[in-house]
Design a protein around this ligand. Sequence first.
Ligand code: HEM
Length: 489
Amino acid sequence: MFGFLLDGYVSIIVLLITFCLYVYWGTRRPPGLPPGPIPLPMVGNIPSLLAKDTIAAFARLRDEYGDIFSLVIGNGILVVVNGYDAIKEMLVQNGDLFSERPQNLGYTKVTKGLGIISTNGVKWKEQRRFALSTLRDFGMGRVQMFDRITHECQKCLNNFTEQNGRAFDPDQVIGVSVCNVICNVVFGKGYAHDDPEFLNYLQMMHSDATKVGNTAFMHFFPILQFFVHRALMKTDDAIRRGFIATQVREHQQTFDENNLRDFVDVFLKQMDERESEEMGTFHYENLLQIVGEFFFAGTETTTTTLRWAILFLALHPEQQTVVQEEIDRVIGRDRKPTANDRKSLPLTEATILEVQRLGDVVPLSVPHAVAEETVINGYRIPTNAFVIPNLSSVLNSKELWGNPEVFRPARFLDNETKLLKVDAHIPFSLGKRNCLGESLARMELYIFITMMLQSFTFSLPDTEPPPCLQGVMGITRMPHPYNIIATKR
Ligand code: HEM
């Protein structure tokens, strides 16, 4: 007669046990991982990633759990590596193990195993080596490239002049000039600043870059990934199949193997020579992807750094004046800067380093992964973990810089005259996966900043509220939009 009561009790006990197991498994950290907060059932440590300021949240977690901590998110694991010593130990001392990219990275689904940024093994090695040597031949370090960057920068300065002392947002004009530098390397030419098609592709890339950054945590959620990647794939495809494919077609039609004009020509020659290779990486789809990655990785990063540069200089007029005096003394106002001038411009160089340090443009680098399950400092790093080198923890370290929040180029100078080499200045990351475009980017920053200060003094309009210096996270850490007045010198 009391059977139904018994059934009721059994159901409640089963439910209770299930609930306890669910809470236990849901809040359990997989054994051996670096320390970190207790995950909540279902959502794991997502709340730590949703914080308005991820960088500040990571700094708090580092204080609590140490230089290497982990977060459990959905079906994924995030290992965050902080501080120069720990990052160097992983990316340099253990570079062979930590130089992979995670294959569960959302971006990998968009790239479908092509390109350089998200590939591993032979596919990555072969194309990275080829890209580095071809970029060196066509760009980085060559006088001809120096002239092309100078030319693109001059177009940007002409636009500043046309503003006639009015306040304006320099974002787009800098973006077009910087993108044109990449166009020069890969296609052998740049585009007009008012070319509507070019501007449209640039705008698409810009909004893609914002989406990828904002959706970092979606890498772990297949349903969310589905929607985001569909949107990303659409724009990615439009850029590759439209803008890039048109240029490649033109190159194929005018190809002359005795006159290789740019990156695309050299790649086409390799495609021809290696046609018979099975599983080779020199094929049409890979060419579209790699060129797209140069635009993607090279435009937003350099543009954002230059936007920070103008903002910091406008906020520090005394610093701007001393750099201008140095440039006037070494180059004058009429001659264009040369590569040779660099060694005579320590203050200018120190200012560029400080812009990159405080601008902190790629604060969390690009996720790495381990080639095989690894134990480091006694912690287990599984193969499916995303390893995040927290570059921001180095560029903003109190121990290293004393007052990291202050814009102070002199920290890179000895006796205010000699440029110091500071190993912990790592905006381009470290190790085998470090930024492939570092030399090109350094050349661009030097030419743009020197030429800008040669011709203009930057100030903020006093009719507008002071700009917010908190960065906005997209794929880069950008300044909030701001207006500037460029006064001709
Ligand atoms: C100021 C400008 C730039 C900054 C701060 C920057 C920073 C970075 C960082 C932090 C990484 C990730 C490194 C890692 O995974 O550990 C990276 C990778 C990369 N960068 Fe840059 N970058 C800049 C400009 C450029 C330019 C101009 C290019 C154009 C060619 C470029 C192409 C790449 C590529 C292809 C990768 C992927 C490398 C690989 O996976 O092997 N970057 N960059």
